[in-house]
Structure formats: C-alpha cells, structure tokens
Design a protein. Structure first.
Ligand SMILES: [Cu+2]
Length: 120
C-alpha cells in the first residue's frame, strides 16, 4: 500500500512537471531585432527599459552586431510592439525608426554615427 502511494505520488509529480514544461514552452518566443545601438551604455539603456515592457522576459544586446535578442511571451506581446518599445527608448528597431523625442534625450555618444570612446 505504501509503495503504491509512493508510485502514484511520483507519477503525479511527473505529470505536473510535464504539463508545466509544455506550458512554459508554448509561452516563449525569441526574436532578433537590429537596433541603432552604439555602445555599452546603449545596451544598458535598452535592456533596462525593455525589462519593464509587458510580455518581455529577457533582452540581450550584442553591441558589436547591434542585434538585440528578445525573449518574450507571444500571448502578451508581439514583435511589432517590441519594436515600438525600442523606438520609444530612442533607437531604431528593424524598419521602425527611433522616436525623435526619445532620441533627442539620449546621451551624445549614443546617437547614430557617433562612436563611444569609453569602455572600448
Ligand atoms: Cu551608447
């Protein structure tokens, strides 16, 4: 009887784990967005700001390629919304140009065509 209980308990745990793993998979998507970021400061600005965006789980910017990899929940946000969010931070996101007001507020070295000298 004791063995049976142990078996059924562990079976139940296994089922729960399998179901939750499937759910987690279904709610995660990844997208790569080309941005106009130029330096480590841009990286920080973008990653920090996106952390507060709805549905975004993680964002990592590769400063060298300017490509931002975003992990998000497709039930809560879309690639279009993510690009607009990046634009509102002040950076280009694929075909979406940077929001002019947000762009103006950026640090000088983070503007397009400029190259930051610090840190690199
Ligand atoms: Cu910068």
């Amino acid at each position: 009887m004791k063995t049976l209980k142990t078996i059924s308990t562990s079976l139940l745990i296994m089922i729960v784990m399998m179901v939750s793993a499937e759910k987690a998979n279904a709610q995660v998507a990844e997208i790569k967005i080309k941005t106009s970021a130029t330096c480590d400061m841009c990286k920080e600005t973008i990653e920090k700001n996106l952390a507060f965006e709805k549905g975004i789980k993680k964002s990592v910017l590769d400063v060298d390629t300017k490509v931002l990899t975003v992990t998000y929940n497709p039930e809560k946000t879309t690639p279009e919304k993510i690009r607009i969010a990046i634009s509102k931070i002040g950076y280009d996101a694929d075909e979406v140009p940077a929001d002019p007001k947000a762009y103006k507020k950026l640090d000088d070295c983070c503007k397009k065509g400029k190259v930051c000298t610090d840190g690199k």
